[in-house]
Structure formats: C-alpha cells, structure tokens
Design a protein around this ligand. Structure first.
Ligand code: Z5A
Length: 213
C-alpha cells in the first residue's frame, strides 16, 4: 500500500490556520484521498491532556525545560500512536503545528538552545518529519490584532510582541533552510486569496505524490 503524505501547517498568532486546515481537507477529499486532521500539542487522548496543562495560564511560570519536555512527550505519543500508523495505512495526515513550532516558540521565543531541541527530536522521532509544510506568515501586529478578537488569551497568547517577533524570525529561518519542504504563504492577504493559494499548492502536492494524475 502506498504511504500517505504528512502535511503540517505552521504560523504565528492569528495567521488563519483554522481556515487553511479546512481548505486542505477539502482539496484532499475532492481528490478522494483518506485524510486525518490533527493538531499539536494534542492529537491523542494523552496529548490533549498535556495540551490542557501547556496552555493553562495557571502555569505561567512553568520552567522552559518542562515546557519543552511536555511538548515532546505529547509529540512522541502523537507520532507513535497516531501519525505513523495512519500514514502506513495509506491515509494522509494534516497537523496544525508540529516540530517546527518547537523550534519557533521554545527555540526562537524562549531562547532554548536549538541543539537541545535537535537532540530531543532525534531521540523521539528518529528522523521522522513532515513531507510538506505550509508556513502562514504575517506581520506580528496584524496577527495579534486578529487573535485579540477572540476570547481569553491562553498561556502563550499572554506573551509580549518581542516574543512573537522572535517566533516569526525562527520560522522564516527554518523555511529559508528547507525550501524544498516549506511553502510560505502571505497570511496578511484576505481570506479568499489565502484559500485560493492553499488550494493551488495542495493540488500540486497531490499530483506530485502520484496519488492522482
Ligand atoms: N506551541 C509551542 O509553543 N510549541 C510547540 O511545539 C507547539 C505549539 C506544537 C497552541 O497552539 C500554542 O502552542 C501556540 C504555540 C504553542 N501558541 N499560541 N498562541 P494553537 O495552534 O492551538 O494556537 P494558536 O496559534 O493560537 O492557533 P489558533 O488559535 O488556532 O490561531 P490560527 O488558527 O492561526 O488563527 P485563526 O483562529 O484561524 O484566525 C484568527 C482570527 O483571524 C479569526 O477571527 C479569523 O477569522 C481571522 N482571520 C484569519 N485569517 C484571516 C485573513 N486572512 N484575513 C482576515 N482575518 C483573518
């Protein structure tokens, strides 16, 4: 059986990941490909419990090592229990965030040494990673203004603008280093334009995968 593709969606606050996830799912369904939508942190019953802890503003003072280890604990569960079995069964898996978010938020945002993140990535994922990644990129102020229109901020949303500027810079640096995997989308454009760009890109990936002609 042909292995499915693993696609991830990344970006800062208010980038519009929710809309983009819906569009990707629609393209894959139109191509009659079996697809699982998931997210990080989370994606499994245990991972969702860890997500609750990670986003809870009560743990504002959580040590950055604790945060990093919890992210990878949730990810290990996600990859081994859900993502790899689904791909092996021929399904496509689309995740709202994955390891690039750890490099951006814990590495860029918090300033954790990137080599420590690489060591954990090697240890838990053994070289496993996304086939393709959409990076929704937009100026931090624009994203924060959108995000503020929602309800109570979670533990990450309470950070200052400088934190999110470092997150954005880390994402862009990763995209620059892996141009064959990343596609950057201008997420400051209006929603129909973003949707159209995503539609075009994902259709191209489906063709490239050989899943449909
Ligand atoms: N995190 C981490 O630190 N390390 C890790 O390894 C991982 C995660 C995996 C939870 O993630 C937090 O975990 C996250 C990083 C951290 N930090 N935060 N915050 P999350 O993905 O669940 O949280 P989020 O980034 O806040 O995602 P979100 O709430 O789902 O935001 P979004 O999907 O990017 O945005 P949206 O809800 O689709 O859109 C926001 C609003 O803007 C909404 O009203 C839209 O209608 C509007 N919008 C969206 N696009 C547009 C356009 N193009 N024009 C106009 N208006 C728009």
């Amino acid at each position: 059986m042909k292995r499915g593709w693993f696609i991830t969606v990344e970006g800062g606050e208010g980038a519009g990941k929710t809309t983009v996830m819906e569009t990707i799912q629609a393209v894959l369904r139109e191509a009659r490909l079996p697809v699982e939508m998931t997210r990080e942190p989370g994606g499994t019953p245990l991972g969702e419990e860890l997500r609750g802890i990670l986003l809870d503003p009560r743990w504002q003072g959580m040590h950055q090592d604790t945060e990093l280890l919890l992210m990878f604990a949730a990810r290990a569960e996600h990859v081994h229990r859900r993502i790899r079995p689904a791909l092996a069964a021929g399904r496509w898996v689309v995740s709202d965030r994955f390891t690039d978010a750890t490099y951006a938020y814990q590495g860029g945002g918090r300033g954790v040494d990137m080599r420590r993140i690489e060591a954990l990535e090697d240890w838990t994922l053994h070289g496993f990673g996304p086939d393709r990644t959409l990076l929704l990129d937009l100026p931090v102020e624009t994203g924060l203004a959108r995000a503020r229109q929602r309800g109570e901020p979670d533990r990450f949303e309470q950070e200052q603008q400088a934190f999110f500027e470092r997150v954005r810079a880390a994402y862009l640096e990763r995209a620059r280093r892996e141009p064959q995997r990343f596609v950057r989308i201008d997420a400051a454009l209006d929603l129909p334009q973003v949707r159209a760009a995503v539609w075009r890109i994902v259709r191209q990936w489906v063709r490239e995968s050989g899943a449909v002609s």
